[in-house]
Design a protein around this ligand. Structure first.
Ligand code: ADP
Ligand code: ZN
Length: 525
């Protein structure tokens, strides 16, 4: 059976304009649907190939396709890439000189533009809508559609007014595209931006070429250096840190060790920041050490690794950030190290937050999801994808846990000893002191407080300090222990530990290995 003409034409454009021989994932279906005039919600992971879903229909359908994009940098990149491929594309935004704008508007009138990229405010607050009413419009594509969500990190109020497009252009197909998958955002996009009967195209969010690895943070800089040297020498990568200062320190440190690195954060002066970003996109083998200010809209296909030296905010953020690796489909690493201090810190932030109860509960669920992913003994993919409502059957045989399954041990008895030591010392002390007591150390602090007189003094000499640290970290991660609410660094019991203390519940913990254990890299995606 031969394909309908629209699909044949789409296939030809795929080859002749974009130079690809096959559609990926659900691209063909989406493209056919839009060419035939359908509206659609397109959910695809970063790097999945969303752009072609509107670029090809734009070339097949008569008239100009209007692409709404929140970032000027993103627009500029796309337009210049399209022009290089011989596509008649242009952008309208506030950063352009009046002359260029006028020229684009003339071309629009003359019907010589196939794809027009605009910022939402440009579309809404100029006479552009009016101009468009007078010409053929092929489609509207709303990129980064999650910006419509008030609850997301990228909220853009103008996005909420884009529903107006439907009133002005009821017969023009509309697409809303995003890589943000959670159910609530999905519903907000549908209700805010699309007609009720729009089709949904939800792709798998699995990124099979990304190898997830989570390790114990010991000496993070050295661990990072060893990771880059052994697995990514001369390759491009992104290192995420929480603080601005850390990004600069780590970048300096990498540079002195022969790894070219740049720092990027919101405090870097704007032209320098743009310059760093441009260098990262252009050059090979450059490492960008950045806060989360870096990343949205970065389309560099050959980022070979994304490393986290601090825990990301949420599992969604982790997914987005690591998703910048391996967009070309070749093997890439998502590498994260974290330790006791990180868990302590984020648990503390959760406790301090002054937000309302409902909000706090959601924050807590998000935190549990992140920690659950970090601490799991199982394949990481079911946990990660499960968080986006996707069922992943079996094991990937590619992540750290699949390739070197962590050993677990029965830690119920040590955990009980530790919890009772926290209790006996008054639930006011930090990990170091509690471990000193367990190990029966002789120091001033212990003697002054009379902790050498406690029944829990020296009851933990059978285990090493690092094992006790590992137990504390995992008890914090599981929520059996929590930071004291005053923020003095003390630990206290959480009610959740009662069944364990009463012996009604067992506890298997993971045996921590040094993060730089040898890795087999058997599988190539
Ligand atoms: P997204 O917007 O979903 O993050 P892009 O549209 O930028 O993804 O596509 C990611 C990369 O994949 C780009 O380099 C693009 O050229 C490439 N790509 C998209 N579709 C195909 C395809 N059918 N075959 C090969 N490469 C593709
Ligand atoms: Zn796995």
């Amino acid at each position: 059976m031969s394909s309908p003409p629209a699909v044949t034409e789409a296939g030809q454009i795929l080859e002749s304009v974009f130079g690809y021989s096959q559609f990926r994932g659900r691209q063909a279906e989406i493209i056919e649907h839009v060419i035939n005039g359908g509206d659609a919600l397109v959910l695809m992971p970063t790097g999945g190939g969303k752009s072609l879903c509107y670029q090809i229909p734009a070339l097949v359908r008569p008239g100009v396709a209007v692409v709404i994009s929140p970032l000027i940098a993103l627009m500029t990149d796309q337009v210049s890439a399209l022009r290089q491929q011989g596509v008649r594309a242009a952008a309208l935004n506030s950063s352009l000189p009046a002359e260029t704008r006028a020229e684009t508007e003339r071309a629009l009138q003359a019907g010589t533009i196939d794809l027009l990229y605009v910022a939402p405010e440009r579309l809404l607050n100029s006479d552009l809508m009016h101009r468009l009413s007078a010409i053929d419009v092929a489609l509207f594509a709303i990129d980064e559609a999650h910006c419509v969500s008030q609850w997301g990190h990228d909220f853009r109020p103008e996005y909420q007014q884009l529903g107006a497009i439907g009133e002005r252009f009821p017969h023009v197909p509309r697409l809303a595209l995003t890589a943000t998958a959670d159910q609530r955002t999905r519903e907000e996009i549908r209700s805010g931006l699309l007609p009720d009967d729009a089709a949904s195209f939800v792709s798998s969010f699995d990124r099979p070429n990304i190898r997830y690895e989570v390790g114990l943070k010991e000496r993070p800089r050295e661990q990072l250096l060893a990771f880059i040297r052994s697995r990514h020498a001369g390759e491009s990568g992104i290192v995420y840190c929480m603080s601005r200062r850390a990004t600069e320190q780590i970048a300096d440190w990498l540079n002195t060790r022969g790894i070219p690195a740049l720092a990027y954060h919101a405090g870097v002066e704007q032209t320098l920041r743009a310059h760093h970003q441009a260098r990262f996109l252009r050059e090979e083998g450059l490492v960008m050490v950045a806060t989360v200010a870096f990343g949205m809209g970065i389309d560099k296909p050959d980022v070979r690794f994304v490393a986290h030296l601090d825990l990301p905010k949420t599992l969604e953020a982790y997914y987005q950030e690591t998703g910048r690796a391996g967009r070309d489909g070749l093997p890439a690493d998502a590498w994260l190290v974290y330790g006791l201090q990180d868990i302590y810190r984020i648990r503390q932030m959760g406790a301090e937050s002054s937000a309302g109860e409902g909000h706090k509960r959601r924050e807590k669920q998000r935190l549990e999801a992140l920690l659950g992913f970090c601490e799991t003994h199982e394949c990481r993919r079911p946990t990660l994808l499960g968080h986006f409502g996707e069922h992943y059957a079996g094991r990937c045989e590619y992540c750290d846990n699949c390739q070197s399954p962590p050993r677990t041990w029965d830690a119920a008895d040590p955990a009980r000893r530790l919890l009772s030591c926290v209790y006996r010392t008054g639930q006011r002390f930090g990990a170091a002191h509690v471990i000193d007591v367990l190990l029966g150390q002789d120091n001033d602090r212990i003697r002054q407080r009379g902790h050498d007189q406690l029944s829990t003094f020296a009851i933990g000499t059978d285990l090493s300090r690092s094992t006790w640290q590992s137990v504390i970290r995992q008890l914090l991660a599981h929520g059996y222990l929590e930071p004291d609410p005053e923020g003095h660094g003390g630990l206290r019991l959480n009610d959740a530990c009662r069944p364990l203390l009463r012996g009604e519940q067992g506890l298997e913990l993971r045996e921590d290995l040094p993060a730089q254990r040898p890795q087999s890299r058997a599988r190539v995606a």
